[in-house]
Write a protein that binds this ligand. Structure first.
Ligand SMILES: [Zn+2]
Length: 213
């Protein structure tokens, strides 16, 4: 906790000056983020940092495993579904980025055959939402035996699964039909900060910006 308290003081003393006008403007005018960015709760995946964004740019949703359940599978209290509706129906974001990552603990847990911990019913239930990803791995990736390779493949399939599910939300479907919203699937490689974008035509993740790599 001491680290957090010192960080708050350090930010206000050393960094806030660079953002003072921006924060004051955002405070008066409200937020108008251009994108909804859905990614994993993992502490190493930081949407604002990895995209060099500023306060007010991104409406960020972080959940365990960046899972986007289909609209008809979520309960009224599902915060990810609520955020998707708010960002697309109220804030009017123009893009949704669904970003998975390498070394994802949730993807490892999803593929783990170990008995589920009865003390973590919410986590167990949440990961079960991505059961179709596990099924896809079983069917289409039997050749992958290395655990990390399987987790990376699962992370990619999980992004594809989420992109499909995003379209089941009425506010998303409406905006897509209007042509005022675009969906993007990304994969973040933690060790190198490389970003790969999903290409629907080839079904592959491709280097995001090869000119800069
Ligand atoms: Zn993760």
């Amino acid at each position: 906790m001491q680290q957090l308290i010192e960080g708050v003081h350090k930010f206000r003393l050393e960094d806030f000056g660079h953002y003072r006008e921006l924060f004051q403007r955002l405070s008066k005018k409200g937020q108008n983020p251009h994108s909804l960015f859905i990614t994993c709760a993992d502490s190493r995946v930081l949407a604002v940092l990895m995209t060099h964004s500023k306060p007010g740019d991104l409406f960020v949703v972080k959940n365990v495993g960046n899972i986007v359940p289909p609209s008809d599978m979520v309960h009224a209290t599902n915060s990810t579904a609520a955020a998707i509706e708010f960002a697309t129906g109220v804030l009017g974001v123009r893009d949704i980025v669904l970003c998975g990552h390498t070394q994802c603990g949730a993807m490892h847990a999803l593929m783990d055959d170990a008995p589920q911990d009865p003390d973590m019913p919410h986590l167990n239930h949440w990961l079960r939402l991505a059961q179709p990803v596990r099924d896809t791995l079983t069917q289409h990736y039997p050749h992958l035996t290395d655990l990390e390779d399987r987790a990376t493949a699962a992370a990619g399939e999980n992004v594809r699964f989420g992109l499909k599910n995003l379209r089941t939300y009425p506010t998303v479907a409406k905006r897509l039909a209007e042509g005022s919203l675009q969906l993007h699937g990304w994969m973040f490689k933690i060790a190198t900060a490389e970003v790969f974008a999903y290409d629907p035509e080839s079904g592959q993740f491709k280097p995001f910006n090869p000119d800069l790599s």
